[in-house]
Design a protein around this ligand. Structure first.
Ligand SMILES: Cc1cc2nc3c(=O)[nH]c(=O)nc-3n(C[C@H](O)[C@H](O)[C@H](O)COP(=O)(O)O)c2cc1C
Length: 328
């Protein structure tokens, strides 16, 4: 998820039981031009594997070049974005636009699959307009072109995130292709995951927003532990996330980037609403951490344990970028 799936998010996802995590979407044009910010997305930590890195673009040759860079950076899967509904992306012919340009979409998948040894997967929406069934025609063509799996988020690009994901379409796609299909959209609990898997025949579910500030959802979905986290656990995870993000992108960028995460972690009735407001106006992440520890003093011991369990990391600042794209 653009602007969300930073390294700290992906490592946390793996720690809480995600079988596979995915990067933010990466611009193939940015990689081609050696854009420093874009290259920053290709930094992968050893404890993220298996990891997919997602690329987007409209030119088959540039996408093939980007795929090679992604594979060289250590990605286990190269994922292609045919779902991003954001205008900045669609107006270049990339993202969701390709759902209705099947000939070019197939050429992209074929060029990417020829360029790398890693499996190539494609993430789609249902189509551009509400009610569109474009993904059902496109899916088999992409498999013929070399896609090893397809992920469907069955909303239209026009819908953005309104309405609900129509997983009847996921079931139809499963019928039409002989590769694993991953169901994505509105899965936030084990019960919902089981219902979607049973009704669609999908091979797996992909979790997006449900894991924002809530890695415990992943643990519940895989059937490991359905206990609600304590205030201490929530604060400890948030502080770890803050510290890792500061290490990734530096204090200046991280302090703005992190603000949305405060609401995600502390919402859901976990902490009184004014508490989040207090945090977002603080100037530095040190002050945020201090304030969090005042609210839940017991979190310090949990945090210490968590940090001791983390694999050793390079202490150097990675200067990872903050995504300028809004979604997919
Ligand atoms: C902030 C945000 C950023 C996203 N960025 C991407 C992206 O870069 N690539 C992508 O394939 N999907 C992206 N998505 C879509 C999600 O991957 C997912 O398909 C969608 O949110 C539906 O799943 P959910 O209901 O579990 O969130 C993004 C979604 C959100 C909310």
């Amino acid at each position: 998820m653009a602007g969300v799936s930073v390294q700290a998010f992906r490592r946390q996802g793996r720690r809480f039981g995600a079988g596979l995590v995915c990067s933010e979407m990466v611009s193939c044009a940015g990689l081609h031009h050696g854009n420093e910010r874009t290259l920053g997305y290709l930094r992968i930590a050893s404890d993220e594997h298996p990891l997919a890195v997602q690329i987007f673009g409209a030119e088959p040759a540039l996408m093939a070049e980007a795929a090679r860079m992604v594979e060289d950076a250590g990605a286990d899967i190269v994922d292609i974005n045919f779902g991003c509904p954001v205008r900045k992306v669609t107006k270049t012919g990339a993202g969701a636009t390709l759902l209705e340009d099947p000939e070019r979409a197939a050429r992209i998948v074929s060029a990417v699959a020829d360029a790398v040894d890693a499996p190539v997967s494609v993430k789609m929406r249902r189509g551009l307009e509400d009610g569109s069934r474009a993904c059902l025609d496109l899916g088999p063509k992409l498999v013929d072109a070399g896609a090893a799996t397809l992920t469907l988020h069955p909303r239209s690009a026009k819908q953005m995130y309104t309405g609900t994901a129509d997983h009847m379409l996921t079931a139809e796609l499963v019928e039409r292709v002989d590769v694993p299909v991953i169901a994505c959209g509105d899965v936030t609990s084990r019960a919902r995951a089981q219902a979607v898997l049973a009704s669609t025949g999908a091979a797996a579910v992909m979790i997006g927003r449900g894991a924002q500030g809530n890695p415990w959802a992943l643990r519940e979905i895989i059937g490991d532990d359905d206990e609600e986290p304590t205030r201490e656990e929530i604060v400890a995870e948030l502080i770890l996330f803050v510290r890792e993000t500061v290490r990734e992108m530096g204090e200046r960028r991280a302090s703005g980037f992190l603000k949305k995460f405060y609401g995600w972690y502390l919402g859901r009735g976990r902490f009184p609403r004014p508490f989040k407001q207090e945090l977002v106006v603080l100037d530095s992440t040190d002050e945020v951490v201090e304030r969090l520890l005042v609210a839940a003093p017991g979190a310090a011991a949990v945090l210490e344990r968590l940090e001791a369990e983390q694999p050793p990391v390079d202490d150097q600042l990675l200067e990872l970028p903050v995504s300028i794209y809004g979604g997919g």
